[in-house]
Each structure stands twice: as C-alpha cells, then as structure tokens.
Design a protein around this ligand. Structure first.
Ligand code: IPE
Ligand code: IPE
Ligand code: MG
Length: 254
C-alpha cells in the first residue's frame, strides 16, 4: 500500500477501494433445488455487473475474494468445477475487460494452480497491465495469514542478507511486502450471504475499513445492492482514532 494509503476521504465521497467476500452461491442454488455449481455460474453474472458498475463509477480498486486458501477443503468435484470456471471466465472476459480499460491483478498463492490456470492468470495480467481505469484484484487461493507469512518471509530474507535493518521492519515495511503493496487500503468491505466474519480475507489491510454485511446471496447482489452499500458507507464518520469533533471541525488531516 502506498504511503498515503490511510489518507481518508470525506465520507461523502465514493470509496476508492471496495473489497468483497462474494458468499452465498451454494445456498442460492440449493434454494432452487439446483446443484451448487449453478450457484457459482450465477455468481459470475453478478461479478460482471459489479465490475461494470465500478468501472463506470470511477472506483479505483475492486478486490473480489474468489477462492480462499481454505476452499481446497471442499469436495474435489466442487474445487475442480471452480477451477474450470475460473479458466473459462478468464478466457471469455479478458478482452472485454481490456477494452473497458480495466487492469486485472491476482493476489494469492498461484503455485497450487494448474499450469493452464497459471498461464491464463499471467496472460491476463500482462494484457491489461497498462490500463488506467478500474484495477480489478482477484483474490484466488488467497488467505490473509498467507499474505502476512509471505511478507515476513521476504522481510526475513532481506534482513538475513543484510539488505534491511531490523529496526526498519515497521508497519510501512510490512505493508510494502504484502500482495497489495501498491494499492490504497480498502475503504469499504462488503460480505454477502449473511455471515458476519472475515474468513481470512485481507486481515492486515482491513484495519480501518468500513464493514458492511448483507443477507443477500451473491448471485442476487446487483448494481442496486452495491449502491445501497455505498450509500451506507457515505453515512459513516471515519475517525481513525480521532474524536468526532476533530473530524467535523477539520482540525486534523485524515
Ligand atoms: C462463495 O459461495 C463462493 C466460494 C467460496 C468459491 P459459497 O460456495 O461459499 O456459497 P455458500 O456459502 O455455500 O452458500
Ligand atoms: C469465503 O467464503 C471465501 C470466498 C467467498 C471465496 P466461505 O464460504 O469459504 O467462508 P466460510 O467457510 O463460510 O467462512
Ligand atoms: Mg460460503
């Protein structure tokens, strides 16, 4: 995250960075007596609508939790269905995303993915890397604990090589070694599907993010639902440790 990452906007502004846990695909399908796979497919449609909204409304960054480091624990058929869905979705969507000036990035441990998926991911990132519109961050095989561990490994390596002094291992240093190093911190976190937990998403990065939970299942989460979430965000007073009066009187810079 950049040095000014914690710079807040006045709450009447749009969030710069929205991070979403897209939950509830399975239950959406089960409610309709359909296999869970249908819920994931319907979830892709919702992704399209939300990406489109963010791109048109000049949101800088949208981070979507697509697959957690714990999701490997699901039945093998569901995991392999999800992997095929990632490959086919990437293949189908990348040109349109590119045309819409969207820069696509992936965070998470790619080593566990198939060669085919890894190369689709790299191709997609390279194809869109110079785009200047929305940055779409896809968290795949991502875990907040993984992110912190990989950051600590890099830092420890630099310390042991003498490239970094222990006393310089501060918050900014840790921040710069996370997979989100160059992105602003999430302003608004949304979790669909009714659960009120973080499920090992962006643990470090969510320190001052506004949280929004909705029972709406992900495939039903549309542009109006996102607008509702943004509306709620705009009513919040972000204080970052200051008092409400300090924020109101603008005696401090957030
Ligand atoms: C989220 O929906 C999608 C992924 C985790 C890949 P779920 O599949 O978790 O849906 P529920 O929670 O079982 O309804
Ligand atoms: C979180 O949802 C991960 C994604 C949406 C990719 P889960 O459905 O896996 O979370 P838990 O297991 O209910 O906490
Ligand atoms: Mg779930």
């Amino acid at each position: 995250m950049s040095a000014d990452a914690s710079t807040s906007l006045p709450s009447e502004s749009n969030p710069r960075h929205i991070a979403i846990i897209m939950d509830g695909n399975g239950r959406w399908a089960q409610k309709r007596m359909m296999p869970r796979a249908m819920g994931h497919k319907a979830g892709v449609k919702a992704v399209r609508a939300i990406v489109d909204y963010c791109a048109r409304h000049n949101i800088e960054v949208l981070t979507l939790f697509a697959f957690s480091s714990e999701n490997w624990r699901r039945p093998v058929e569901e995991v392999s269905m999800l992997m095929s869905l990632f490959i086919s979705t990437l293949q189908k969507e990348i040109n349109k995303l590119d045309k819409n000036n969207v820069r696509v990035r992936f965070i998470g441990d790619r080593a566990a993915f198939s060669e085919q998926l890894r190369s689709k991911i790299t191709e997609g990132e390279i194809q869109t890397q110079n785009n200047t519109g929305l940055t779409l961050v896809v968290a795949a095989n991502y875990g907040g604990r993984w992110d912190l561990s990989q950051a600590f490994q890099k830092i420890a390596g630099k310390v042991s090589e003498g490239e970094l002094l222990i006393q310089n291992v501060d918050e900014q240093c840790i921040d710069q070694h996370l997979s989100t190093a160059d992105l602003p911190e999430p302003d608004l976190f949304i979790r669909t599907g009714g659960e009120q937990r973080v499920s090992n998403f962006l643990l470090w990065q969510l320190a001052y993010t506004e949280l929004y939970f909705t029972p709406t299942l992900w495939p039903d989460f549309n542009q109006n639902a996102l607008e509702e979430a943004i509306k709620s965000f705009k009513t919040r007073q972000r204080r970052f440790g200051h008092t409400g009066e300090q924020v109101l009187n603008k005696t401090i810079t957030l």
